[in-house]
Write a protein that binds this ligand. Structure first.
Ligand SMILES: Cc1cc2nc3c(=O)[nH]c(=O)nc-3n(C[C@H](O)[C@H](O)[C@H](O)COP(=O)(O)OP(=O)(O)OC[C@H]3O[C@@H](n4cnc5c(N)ncnc54)[C@H](O)[C@@H]3O)c2cc1C
Length: 314
């Protein structure tokens, strides 16, 4: 089939790659590419966060975990398996997505910083998006996908000349298909130079004052915020210093870290990921957007479902 994928974030690229490898004739059109996408801002820790519904998210996350673990064997992908901990101020149940990971252990008391009562430890994929997104784009092009810049105002226009459109426009679907269920969830992060950190750590006890420290190849990403409905893309200095302070409480070596930069991104929040086929009067569309705070975590798994839905339209 002739398939047009809209969007060059992690969701569009993984979908295009999977569809091209299935033998479809794929082109990809995106308003923004690479570093200009929300996907480039992600900490890109495999972690199901602010994405729904639970059963599908667990299934997609498990599938992505398996794919990303395979990619971690090749350093060119920018994916690496890393041990880390989630910390809790009070005793906590196992996470709702427990079945998505092969192993998850309670943290021993020795691994809990002062002030924490509980925690779990697990090894998960972490993608350095400065490496992984360009690598993914290279794979997409090598698989024969024609990639170009462009913004569609209407789905009907995108359907001209193809059999099916795959809509991976993230928050852009608000305008493109008038989806009022999408909400921006602003996230600000601080990027510091690597200083030999290997393990990630998260504390989301306070949902508005998140603490996460995620090591990548040459940098460490510190977060963060999750402000519902806030679309301001400017960096806030007071927010940045709050993030640095909170993260340095968890990882004291951060007090001496060299700050390289600040980023803000808008997560495509939605009560549930929209992954379904729709037959419009101009032709069929497969929607895949609304991955909230877990687009990287869900991407490769969702791409499998996108491929099944497209095949079902034959
Ligand atoms: C601070 C922060 C930290 C995060 N950390 C993590 C994490 O650790 N792990 C994780 O899994 N996720 C994380 N996320 C979430 C993740 O970044 C998103 O879920 C993911 O990027 C969504 O990917 P996407 O491809 O759907 O959207 P995007 O990356 O926004 O891509 C959308 C694409 O569609 C294009 N587009 C939009 N409208 C149109 C149109 N009309 N015509 C043509 N093209 C269009 C855009 O230009 C773009 O190319 C984080 C997000 C933020 C902000």
């Amino acid at each position: 089939m002739r398939v047009r994928v809209l969007g060059a974030g992690v969701v569009g690229l993984t979908s295009a790659l999977r569809l091209a490898r299935d033998g479809h004739h794929v082109d990809l059109v995106a308003a923004r590419m690479g570093d200009d996408t929300t996907s480039a801002v992600a900490a890109a820790l495999w972690y199901p966060y602010r994405a729904y519904p639970a059963a599908d998210v667990t299934r997609w996350s498990a599938s992505s975990y398996a794919t990303l673990r395979g990619l971690a064997d090749d350093p060119r992908t920018g994916v690496r398996m890393r041990l880390g901990r989630e910390l809790f101020r009070r005793p906590a149940p196992e996470p709702w997505w427990r079945d998505a990971v092969p192993e998850l252990a309670r943290a021993t008391a020795a691994r809990l910083p002062t002030g924490y009562a509980d925690g779990f430890e697990l090894t998960v994929p972490v993608a350095d998006m400065a490496v992984h997104l360009p690598w993914l784009l290279g794979e997409v092009i090598a698989a024969g996908v024609a990639v170009r810049s462009g913004r569609f105002e209407k789905l009907a226009d995108a359907l001209v000349g193809v059999d099916v459109v795959v809509n991976c426009t993230g928050l852009g679907a608000r305008e493109l298909v008038g989806d009022a269920h999408l909400t921006p969830v602003r996230g600000q992060v601080v990027v510091v130079a690597q200083f030999g950190l290997r393990e990630w750590v998260i504390d989301q006890s306070d949902p508005e004052q998140l603490r996460y420290v995620v090591p990548r190849e040459d940098t460490v990403l510190l977060g963060g915020t999750a402000d519902d409905g806030d679309e301001d893309l400017t960096v806030r200095a007071d927010t940045a210093s709050g993030i640095l302070d909170r993260c340095a409480d968890l990882v004291p070596a951060l007090r001496d870290a060299r700050v390289l930069g600040h980023r803000v991104g808008l997560r495509p929040g939605r009560p549930s990921v929209r992954l379904e086929a729709e037959v419009t009067d101009r032709g069929p569309v497969v929607h895949c957007y609304g991955h909230g705070g877990a687009g990287v975590t869900l991407s490769y798994g969702c791409a499998e479902d996108v491929a099944h839905l497209v095949s079902g339209l034959r």
